[in-house]
Design a protein around this ligand. Structure first.
Ligand code: SF4
Length: 253
């Protein structure tokens, strides 16, 4: 975990933060895999960042498995295609901003609800005309009469650029990708936040005993990766249970 993730974990449950410094569950949630792949894609110097992001999803899915019910393969291929198209578009339009992490702009990508291992949003799902095979991302009046064919990004023959062009032509791009300006807090506030973060990270680093559980957040907003350990009343995660020991030295800037 980086420091931002550690601080979030501390706010949610100090026990999860404490274990999270040393252990990771074997299976990873697809949204977390997607986030890591998009991060890697936006920061890479590889020629094709989208491809790198997609490949990274497939590698993580193969090495770690995805924390889902249903087909691992369907979800992995779908998430890889989503990472690919999101990174490709973001890199072209917003690459510089993302690489340099401009502090006052947040880029929001709406990837849609995940059902049956797939995200339902224009990044992933479109429609094909039954005869002409025209790609349509959003319904136009009188269309989609039931004969149009559902088309998923990961199984379509269209290039990423073609798909993105159609998102633009069908006026959906601005609905699923936008920027939000974040006002920079005043210097005094920034310094307070910095001190608070430092204090929390130090408190975690000084912990020698396993913190008490925080049962109200074990399953919400997402299931905690240590759920089985806590609620099977085991003393801590172990490799025998499939947990992966984090070996690299963590640096909290
Ligand atoms: S399962 Fe619950 S109590 Fe245990 S570490 Fe996770 S959030 Fe904390």
């Amino acid at each position: 975990m980086n420091s931002a993730e550690t601080l979030l974990a501390m706010d949610r449950c100090p026990r999860a933060a404490f274990w999270g410094e040393k252990w990771e569950a074997p299976a990873v949630h697809p949204n977390e895999v997607l986030r890591r792949a998009v991060d890697a894609g936006l920061l890479t110097e590889e020629e094709d960042p989208g491809q790198l992001a997609g490949d990274m999803v497939m590698t993580e899915a193969a090495e770690r498995t995805l924390d889902i019910e249903g087909s691992q393969y369907t979800c992995a291929v779908h998430t890889a295609a989503l990472a690919d198209i999101v990174v490709t578009h973001s890199w072209k339009g917003l690459g510089e901003m993302s690489v340099y992490q401009m502090p006052m702009t947040m880029t929001v990508v709406l990837i849609g609800q995940r059902r049956d291992g797939r995200h339902h949003s224009p990044w992933s799902k479109a429609w094909l005309h039954p005869r002409s095979r025209t790609l349509r991302i959003r319904k136009r009046s009188g269309e989609f009469d039931g004969k149009w064919i559902e088309c998923w990004r990961e199984t379509s023959d269209f290039s990423r650029d073609h798909w993105i062009d159609h998102m633009r032509q069908d006026y959906v791009l601005n609905d699923v990708l936008f920027e939000k300006e974040i006002k920079m807090p005043e210097q005094a506030m920034l310094s307070k936040i910095g001190h608070l973060a430092e204090k929390k990270l130090k408190r975690l680093a000084d912990m020698t005993e396993i913190p008490d559980p925080t049962p109200s957040v074990c399953d919400w907003p997402t299931k905690c990766q240590f759920n089985n350990v806590c609620w099977q009343f085991r003393p801590e995660p172990t490799e025998r249970d499939g947990f992966i020991r984090i070996t690299e030295t963590l640096v909290h800037p």
